[in-house]
Design a binder for this molecule. Structure first.
Ligand code: ZN
Length: 149
């Protein structure tokens, strides 16, 4: 990572962790899941409202933890809002590839600033922090699918 990119990475992470987007809880009917990352002490409560086709209409998160986990949750909720079930699944897989260094993403453009988190692949403990919100989203998606029958 060059210096310029490292500065940008730190700015974006700090900005999102200090002023998290979509912070709080959703009112009304939604899927609520709790996730944690005991190795770092990160916790997240994620609230997701899906439409009948599984599109993510709205989502919010609440929680506490390190800057990476909070920034990743903030960035995830910003990027995933309004996405269809298929697009959300692609982004989830692409984000996993980026932070784990596990192959090229299928759609880099859709990830946008989320790509800045690829630096965590050098720090296995940090991968769990970055993935926490996405694992919670995966769980919420599964629970929604089960509910739909
Ligand atoms: Zn953490």
């Amino acid at each position: 990572m060059n210096d310029e990119l490292r500065d940008l990475y730190q700015q974006v992470i700090l900005d999102h962790s200090r002023k998290p987007r979509n912070h709080g809880r959703l009112e009304g009917e939604c899927v609520h899941v709790h996730g944690d990352n005991p190795s770092c002490g990160d916790e997240i409560d994620l609230y997701v409202k899906f439409d009948a086709e599984g599109k993510i209409e709205d989502l919010k998160f609440d929680g506490q933890g390190c800057a990476i986990s909070q920034a990743s949750a903030s960035m995830m909720t910003s990027k995933i809002k309004g996405k269809s079930a298929a697009d959300a699944a692609t982004m989830r897989e692409d984000f996993r590839r980026i932070v784990m260094g596990d192959g090229a993403p299928q759609d880099e453009d859709a990830l946008g600033e989320l790509q800045l988190l690829e630096g965590v692949q050098k720090f296995p403990q940090r991968v769990k922090c970055a993935m926490l919100a996405w694992r919670a989203l995966e769980q919420a998606t599964a629970e929604n699918a089960a509910k739909q029958g």
